[in-house]
Ligand binder design. Structure first.
Ligand SMILES: [Zn+2]
Length: 169
């Protein structure tokens, strides 16, 4: 995917400011300001500021709130692309953005869980299933509260060795 620098936001007129306010739906639970106008396929609200020029609504929101252009990357702390609450927006560079995505991805997949959440009985199971029945670490990771990487560590004897050294396979 190529990435292009977003267009600079022109100062909205009074009429456009009124249209902005009218396009916002305040969501009380999250505090998000949901964009009720057109959203692009990525789920980001879009606002026209005259002559058919469309701008990302959250960037317009930032401009209205702070009176200056947002930096090239403007992230949502609420993970809600259609939110235009300036309090839910932070400026950040691309690297931070990527790190954020990786972090969120990990949390949702549960990769942050550690080997020590396994019980000894699980480790014995994993060990036998791999060495006796040929189950792969990636398959085993679906059935035990740990990642394929951690299972690999067990199978190679880098973790739980005090237990696995007694297993005959
Ligand atoms: Zn929000």
């Amino acid at each position: 995917m190529t990435w292009t620098k977003p267009k600079a936001i022109p100062a909205p007129s009074k009429k456009q400011l009124a249209r902005f306010s009218a396009s916002v739906h305040h969501e009380p639970m999250s505090g998000c300001w949901l964009w009720a106008g057109y959203c692009n396929p990525g789920g980001y609200g879009m606002m026209s500021l005259g002559r058919g020029a469309n701008y990302l609504a959250h960037r317009v929101a930032y401009f209205i709130e702070h009176g200056k252009q947002p930096s090239a990357i403007l992230r949502h702390t609420c993970d809600n692309p259609c939110c235009v609450n300036p309090d839910h927006l932070v400026e950040g560079d691309q690297q931070e953005n990527a790190a954020d995505m990786v972090r969120r991805g990990r949390q949702s997949k549960g990769e942050h869980r550690h080997t020590n959440q396994l019980k000894a009985a699980d480790v014995v199971d994993i060990y036998y299933k791999h060495f006796k029945w040929g189950e792969r670490a990636s398959t085993l990771a679906k059935y035990y509260p740990t990642s394929a990487g951690n299972i690999g560590q067990i199978l190679r004897g880098y973790s739980w060795k005090y237990l696995t050294k007694y297993l005959n396979v």
